[in-house]
Design a protein around this ligand. Sequence first.
Ligand code: PPS
Length: 374
Amino acid sequence: MGSWPFRYRCHVKRLWNLCMLAELDSWPLTVPEKLHRVMGVIKRQLYVTIIVFSIFLVFTFSFNSYIWSSLKIDSKLQNENLSGYGFRKLLEDGKSSADRPLVPGSQKRLPQCIIVGARKCGTRALLEFLSLHPQIKVADMEMHFFDDDENYTKGLAWYQNRMPYALPGQITIEKTPRYFIAEKVPQRIQAMNSSVKLIVILRNPSTRVVSDYAQVYANKIAKNKTVSRFEDVVIDPRTNKVNTQYKAVRISLYYYHLSRWYLYFRRHQIHIVDGDKLITHPLEEIREVEKFLGLPHGISEDRLYFNETRGFYCMKFQQGEHCLGATKGRKHPDIDPDVLQKLHVEQSLNQSERMADFTDIAKFEPIRKHGRFH
Ligand SMILES: Nc1ncnc2c1ncn2[C@@H]1O[C@H](COP(=O)(O)OS(=O)(=O)O)[C@@H](OP(=O)(O)O)[C@H]1O
């Protein structure tokens, strides 16, 4: 009996001798028998190695996928618009992340409420603020299901599968601002669920045009493309009037788009959020949305705070704070005041009389306000 290093050395030496067939000379066996035994030893070693290696691989893959799904590190986080949102989800406490059905009883469901736009009116801020509510689950990404024919043909099962897991009693919400202006969308949403709840967020239509222009401008600069001055795209040089063919102006013709939605949905199904007020008094607008969704207050005042550096409200979590990404709250360009005045007046002329059709609905207050020159 020696110490274990000594015994270990003996074993190694014996194996080595065995492999070299040196030890076999002392065995009372024929050469083929000896070879058969050696092959047996080698086979056993091989099996053990394969089993150990497989266990190692299985463990490594399971561990990695658990870590990745926990952190939700996927391509979404590379999207600048969503990076802040991904970060917020990492900070978020007490809610399961969208891709982990870890809470028993949670399911992916078609949305009971959709934020349908409008673009650059605060759709992301509204969605993120609402996600603080324990009875609301929001889809991180813009789905573009009803406005994109290719996605739409993939069917409702595809759409549903992209929704977050939600518990019974939780409301699933998605937002895609382009729905507001896409012709086929209201009819398609109605076909999915005729009693769905819709949220439209609107802000001063002229400010929206400027915000839209600022976004397109920033994207073009990033791609080294040529950019036109705001004044040149907003005013038609032939008529010296506002160019209603300019897409950013067309999106701001709220009356035109809303009329289409009211062909398919009853008035109580559509809630209008004042996007300008969402910037200055977010909690008041959120309370209205809670009421519309039939939910109790679920977002306490201390979850939102005004961030002086950003100039916007941001969110508080146990582990930190979170503001929207840099693509929200851009600095708007300085614009010729005469052009801005023209935009205000002509847009209000386009809308104000027709907005009167809706004056019996209290919820249209923001539109009526924005429809007039102010
Ligand atoms: N809390 C908070 N933080 C940052 N930004 C806020 C917030 N609340 C509203 N907003 C306004 O949201 C505007 C962007 O609107 P959307 O999110 O609808 O844009 S998008 O259509 O999804 O690109 C964005 O427009 P711009 O200021 O023109 O960038 C903001 O004014």
